[in-house]
Design a protein. Sequence first.
Lengths: 142, 142
Amino acid sequence: MNSISTVSENNSLFLKSKGIKPSYQRLKIYSFLVEHKIHPTVDIIYKNLCSEIPTLSKTTVYNTLNLFIEKKLVQKLIIEETETRYDINTSMHGHFKCEKCGEVCDIFLDDDILLSKKLQGFKINETHIYFKGLCQKCSTKA
Amino acid sequence: MNSISTVSENNSLFLKSKGIKPSYQRLKIYSFLVEHKIHPTVDIIYKNLCSEIPTLSKTTVYNTLNLFIEKKLVQKLIIEETETRYDINTSMHGHFKCEKCGEVCDIFLDDDILLSKKLQGFKINETHIYFKGLCQKCSTKA
DNA sequence: GTATCTGCAAAACATTTGCAATTCT
DNA sequence: AGAATTGCAAATGTTTTGCAGATAC
């Protein structure tokens, strides 16, 4: 048993533990999210898995991601109205999108910000924080 | 000169000062945003102005809002992937959307949160903070 | 053998674009 | 008249839905 099959088996067991039948497609999509924490769009996931799974359809990518969201394995990121991104990290953190290179990266949020949850009378279920601007690479080049 | 025409004239002068020709449609859309700070969608604006401007088209609403955004009179609010909202208040503030009644309200953000702008190496142009959950009304009823 | 999952094609929506008609000065 | 604005119809792009075939247990 090599390390690759071990990882795959672990992912498979993990999906099962969350009540998700680990089909070939689901496993590949889940693995992609774990191995590429780039907050990909459906299109990015689809294009990357196409060569490995020639019969893959975008419908399956959508179906799978919606299932993962329902089971709380993934969260949606809505930064642009034209592109929905998916994040395998469901813990509370912020995001930064570079307006030049388009990359989205994680932003650590300290407790001060999380205290903003103390909003009187509101029952907060979700907190979304994101920034737009120029990333380190793009701002030094400019 | 009554107070209504004064308001209208003020809005007209304000649009001019921002380099926007104050057409009838633009003035009505601007006034609607000022008088109804409910972060409306294009559809809400359109439906509300239809009776007053029977020939109004959604294209004009879109065109006008995009112009207002370009001239920094309005900011886009993207909370749901399916609905873009528009906010006449362009100062830094957060939003809360109630998952039950669907209303979006403003959230005052104190300086602690704004300090989060100190993100090393990033040039921040926009900060977006929003919450989802149950509002006061809906959580007491539940 | 029955449930579930996949994936094609079509539908559903929101937004933008092309362009002709209208309006304003 | 000339330039900008409006609004219809069509195009675009993303996500969902219906359904038939494939797959899994």
